[in-house]
Ligand binder design. Structure first.
Ligand SMILES: [Zn+2]
Length: 306
């Protein structure tokens, strides 16, 4: 009997010792991982030129999308909002003497993304204009094309994995990966791209819906990003848990119109985002949102305060 008790006691002691050892290993592991990530971030930031700058300006263009990315004096305009934003973009570029855009990205052919691009092209020249299709039967897409052609430019349809540099930032085209999906629904033809600047990263998804989100997850490309420009104006058609698990965003930006008829952003998406993000910015509440990166961390400035 006594030996049985002793055996039980020894087993309990062994269990406790193993438990403590596992805890120590886990916490040392977590500490080393944090250290490794911090060192990696420092290295990535240190590799940037001394006077390097990076900024994304999410314009308040109502129920639409438009963002201007600047890095080291180079510019990329992602979407142009509705046709009524044409004049706004023209005068923004004129006021800031931005005469040349290295890139224009038309995420997809819908009017709330392509509509205002003509205004930008009236003022600024463009190096390369990316779109998921070279032609689309709509007035606003044809207007974009006309102004592009007038400059001697044409549309470049990027392939997944293509990369371009914007100053010190690297832009990688990730989607669309499934041409069939893209043909069935223009939202799922959205160009998905990831920008890396130092140790910080930014994912733009246009109006990609669940099917496109799943297809890019399946493609195995890196989606993890510091900031997610939330797909489809915060609609429940997008931002699935699977997708957010792949992106793990610390910050999110939603472009939506105040009191828009679709009820964007949807509550279910806001709730989901709040589980991942330190902060979710919204153009309908915050107005124009400016995000800056020093290569290690992000800082934000908004036109209005929530
Ligand atoms: Zn849209």
């Amino acid at each position: 009997m006594a030996s049985l008790n002793r055996k039980r006691k020894n087993r309990a002691i062994l269990k406790a010792v193993l438990g403590i050892a596992a805890l120590i290993i886990l916490s040392v592991g977590a500490m080393l991982w944090r250290q490794y990530r911090e060192e990696k971030a420092q290295k990535a930031a240190a590799a940037l030129p001394e006077d390097s700058t990076f900024e994304i300006r999410f314009f308040d263009v109502g129920e639409a999308d438009s963002a201007l990315v600047e890095c080291d004096g180079h510019y990329m305009l992602i979407d142009g909002g509705l046709p009524e934003s044409s004049d706004f973009l023209y005068s923004y570029l004129e006021t800031h003497s931005i005469r040349h855009l290295d890139y224009i990205v038309c995420s997809h052919a819908h009017i709330d993304h392509v509509g205002g691009l003509a205004g930008a092209l009236k003022y600024a020249s463009v190096g390369t204009a990316f779109a998921p299709v070279a032609e689309y039967d709509s007035r606003s897409f044809n207007s974009f094309l006309r102004y592009l052609n007038a400059q001697g430019g044409s549309i470049t349809v990027p392939e997944p994995g293509d990369t371009v540099m914007l100053g010190s930032a690297r832009v990688t085209f990730i989607g669309p990966v499934d041409k069939e999906l893209a043909e069935l629904n223009a939202n799922n033809s959205s160009i998905i791209l990831r920008i890396e600047y130092g140790a910080t990263s930014f994912l733009f998804t246009g109006d990609a819906e669940i099917a496109e989100e799943l297809s890019v997850i399946d493609s195995g490309q890196t989606l993890k990003s510091t900031l997610l420009k939330v797909g489809h104006h915060g609609s429940y058609t997008s931002s699935t848990t699977d997708f957010l698990n792949a992106v793990l965003p610390e910050y999110a930006v939603i472009s939506a119109g105040k009191d828009n008829e679709h009820g964007h952003p949807h509550d279910v998406v806001l709730e989901r985002l709040s589980e991942y993000c330190k902060k979710v910015y919204r153009t309908d509440l915050d107005g124009e949102i400016v995000c800056r990166s020093d290569g290690k961390k992000l800082s934000f400035e908004t036109e209005r305060n929530g």
